[in-house]
Ligand binder design. Structure first.
Ligand code: NAI
Length: 328
């Protein structure tokens, strides 16, 4: 049986892989894949990695050195992989779609929690404090949601917003036909949206798409939602806009410096990242720890597709879900 080194393993990862795997000897490790930890894959031709593993040129060199030929990403995004450097050295596969519903639904959960202050109410009523002071929200019905990125997840979130009676406008450099989406230029989206939700990938053109300049173009009291990638938002600029009350609230499932922090328990530690600490401390910021994907359906699909990808590789078949650097 081929041995697979499975990095950054958590109990919820194992559940479906253990249930569905019949073909591989999976060596689970709980630490992240980095240049220093790559050696744990000795004896494996393939490794399995996730969103906060560091798959830099150094990591790729270390993996190649010990004979690893495949990196199976158990996620859709691959911005943490140096795919340009990987080309012709090591193959990269991913799970392109697992549950766009999981992420879109979590985005609405963040918005509802933030707006109706459910996080506050929950704590109050557990303490038998039944006061409503400070819990006022606003109707979503009739508000304008601006969606940046209308791929799998963005389109589902659009439908959810429409279900709430919201007006939806969107920006995507590659508009999709046939969904009745009202596309507008990005500046118009910034100017007209009451809620802005990010559903685009992290690329050189989307990095810090929310920054001091774009925040200045937004409505007073805008709500920002990010379930895509942390570096889409300049966190310092967001923090200032929250302090200035320009931004009414932020629902964040991702954070630009999440790599070393998310998925781990730091509850007994003094967090050294001041921006993160301030964001988390704010009553109008809800932060979840890259959790949007975490449903049973998504975990099952991730395991199924990853095992399929591994099987294709070891059978020498063309890799359906391969990611290859394209200079164009
Ligand atoms: P997708 O590939 O189906 O859609 C992305 C859309 O963004 C495409 O329509 C593309 O044209 C558009 N886009 C590209 N450049 C853009 C730009 N400069 N401005 C606006 N739009 C742009 O991707 P999918 O599956 O909908 O995923 C969206 C994001 O969600 C990805 O960044 C992914 O990493 C993230 N994600 C987060 C998860 C979580 O647990 N928080 C789980 C899964 C995905």
């Amino acid at each position: 049986m081929e041995k697979i080194a499975f990095f950054d393993t958590k109990p919820y990862d194992k559940q479906w892989f253990d249930k569905l795997n019949t073909d591989f000897n999976i060596k689970y490790v709980d630490y992240k894949l980095t240049p220093d930890s790559a050696a744990a894959a000795k004896g494996c031709k393939a490794v399995c990695a996730f969103v906060n593993d560091t798959i830099s040129s150094e990591t790729i060199d270390e993996l190649c050195e010990i004979g690893v030929k495949l990196i199976a990403m158990r996620c859709a995004g691959y911005n943490n992989v140096d795919i340009k450097y990987a080309k012709d050295k090591i193959s990269i596969v991913r799970v392109p779609v697992y549950s766009p519903y999981a992420v879109a639904e979590h985005t609405m959960a963040l918005l509802l929690t933030l707006n109706r202050k459910i996080h506050k109410a929950f704590i109050r009523t557990r303490d038998f404090n039944f006061s409503l002071n400070g819990l006022t929200g606003f109707d979503l019905h009739g508000k304008t949601a601006g969606i940046i990125g209308t791929g799998q997840i963005g389109r589902i979130f659009i439908d959810i917003c429409k279900g709430f009676g919201m007006k939806v406008i969107a920006y995507d450099p590659y508009p999709v036909e046939g969904y009745g989406i009202d596309y507008v230029p990005l500046d118009k989206l910034f100017a007209e949206s009451d809620i802005i939700s990010l559903h685009c990938p992290l690329t050189s053109s989307t990095r810090y798409i929310i920054n001091e300049g774009s925040l200045a173009k937004m409505k007073e009291g805008v709500v920002i939602l990010n379930t895509s990638r942390g570096q889409l938002i300049d966190s310092d600029a967001l923090l200032q806009a929250l302090k200035d009350k320009k931004v009414r609230g932020a629902g964040l499932d991702v954070y630009e410096e999440e790599t070393a922090i998310f998925f781990e328990d730091y509850s007994s530690t003094v967090i050294q990242d001041d921006v993160l600490a301030l964001l988390v401390s704010m009553p109008n910021v809800i932060m979840t720890s890259h959790q949007a994907f975490l449903t049973d359906e998504a975990l099952q699909k991730i395991a199924e597709v990853t095992l399929f990808n591994l099987n294709q590789f070891f059978k020498g078949e063309a890799l359906k879900n391969e990611v290859v650097y394209n200079s164009k």
